[in-house]
Design a protein around this ligand. Sequence first.
Ligand code: DGJ
Length: 748
Amino acid sequence: MHIIFDKNSKTFFLENKEISYVFKIEESGFLRHLYWGKRISRDSLNHLDYFTESQSVFLGDMDRMHPIEEYPLELGSFGNRGDYRESSISINNLGHRTLDLRYKSHKILSEKPEIDGMPSLRDGKTLKITMFDNVNKIKVDVFYTIYDDSNAIARRMEIVNLNDHEIKIEKAFSACVDIIPKENMQAITFHGAWLRERMQEKNDITHAGIEISSTRGVSSAQTNPSMIIAGANTTMYQGTAIGINLIYSGDFAIKAKQDQYGRIRLTAGINDEDFDWTLKKNEKFSTPEAVFVYSCNGINAMSQSFHNLYRNHLINSDWVKKSRPIICNNWEATGVDFNEKKLMRFIDSLKGSGVDTFVLDDGWFLGRNSDSSSLGDWIVDKKKLPRGLEFIIEYTHKAGLKFGLWFEPEMISKNSLLYQHHPDWAIKSNTIASEGRNQYVLDLSKNEVCDFVIDTINKYLDTYKINYIKWDMNRYLTESFSSELGTRSKEHHHRYNLGLYKVLDAVIKTHPDVFFEGCASGGARFDAGMLAFFPQIWASDNSDAYSRSIIQTHTSLFYPLSSIDCHVTTGTPNMQTGRMSDLTARFSVASMGSFGCEMDFSKLSDEDKRNIREFIAFYKKYFQTLVLSGDTYILSQMNDNNLWAQQIVSKDKALSAISILQGLNKPIPEEKRIYPQGLVASACYRIMVGKQEKLLAKLRGDTIMNAGINVNNWPLRSDPNGIGLNFGDFVGQTLILEQEENETIEKD
Ligand code: DGJ
């Protein structure tokens, strides 16, 4: 990867093996975007000048010929001489709102600086460009980072007020770029709800624009901070796909809109709807980091680029390569209704199952017998656990298991001792205090509240031998106000998130041996900001195999499989959907991520127990390492084909696993094949079906990838080698493709 500055043409070339990102400093000092796409030579791109005679406002003293709206830009500032496109930065300087930022200097940095108080990517090569407004005395540093193991460009800004008086930032997006589309472009976005996270939507990007955003204080289940801009003809494996993702967990907006010249202005960052920020003399404001991945080879390559980037440069490097614990959590089996005896039975039944961590979920603290009380009172409930937490922990450890504990540290119940002592710690306004799931959110914009949370969790981790924390968050922010902020309440949501990052940093850094998993009513805060702290996040409270095949696949477009926590539950019909699916199907879907269980083994039939034990052993043998480090391929999507198939291939291409799920059964169905990817064309692979590892065929990679594998061999149940998918609804299977070590198949 390189960052090159051509002095003659004043052009920056950011490039790696596959992509180039090119922009130049105009005479006027604006940063003009020139090119973003497949790697090109470092030629002058002046021939791309495009100017019209449109009826616009002209640049006056700078350029009497060309209105600024005609320039594709890298930074769009508000009020700037007739640039009516979405701006990326807007300030109010004693009423003056025309920001005139011009290039001042640049530096190619030897090390990527961290962002104050926020997570960001590590490594890469970084360019810092300083832009300056001489009249408003405002400095803006624009950062670009490029990587060689991912086609990502990371971008962000820092704004400094050099006035003696304070100014107000009204908008500060992380990045802005004008894309010159090669074809009609569409935006793929991810909406959802509790139990239905990250559903996919596709819309043309027109002059009306597309915008996704959150004002919930949290990235949310309703919209994920991610967007794909893809050509109308782009597929998983062909065409242009630009992925946008924010390393941020709070209110965000990502906008894409065509301008009058058919270009798409793309902006991404903190949502400006309920935001402003007062900047005093010499103070600095940093935006979160935005990540843009460019793929010339379809959506799947974009997704792999994100996986490499986040595994190598975002997720805690102590954990990223370590096998994830195979947990069994008691939530779906017991809810808050448990006692010491029940838990002991639960733990006993896990012996020999292959599960290595028992996680005690919600309900272990003072008076927590329903969701209507006790959050904040992190004192062990002696009625449920008379011998204390230490007894259950020791009991778990003696059973050969690790111990995990659930917390919801950001919350306070009205019915709690904490609320009696600190009613002002709950976020509420002067008119109303809405409860969500019978609880309030703690005001993490206050230092003393952050200190309380840090001390509470740290005390537990220092006192008890806890190996794993599940960090839950079950409601969004409402009525944002903080007594300490007063009139600056539009800063509140961002300050809440800065407080949260501070807390997570303080707790996690001091306990490097404890594994932290994120959760928010299922997957309501599944974002790259959280991923920097939690190597793994609970993807959804919906554990139905069919729903999960959709939720997990969309999640995996941006976030690596190892970060997606997937559990098999006992419920059939499923607790959340009432849908029936057999254990093989549920296992097959849950294997495409960090696998775990939510069930009481003591209540399982011997056959189910044996089956689950075998499934776990099978997962450990083939999937566990692949999930951590393999390349992921989406072979078929449930919504498109009534068939889901996802594949992982080891980096050396010697091993691959495929999980498959059928939607509704169709008698005498159309022939369906899946086409595996990423194998060595000339190598011979054993294709094995299910945990029985039944040999289906031995074939060369090119045959498998091009002729495909038939997934509806018929008649099914009677065919011992059949994959057997079309007998029944929501049935699934796994395939293992393993390279024959010493066998070469000669070419004819
Ligand atoms: C929501 C989580 O998603 C569940 O897994 C469980 O931990 C409950 N909260 C407990 O209240």
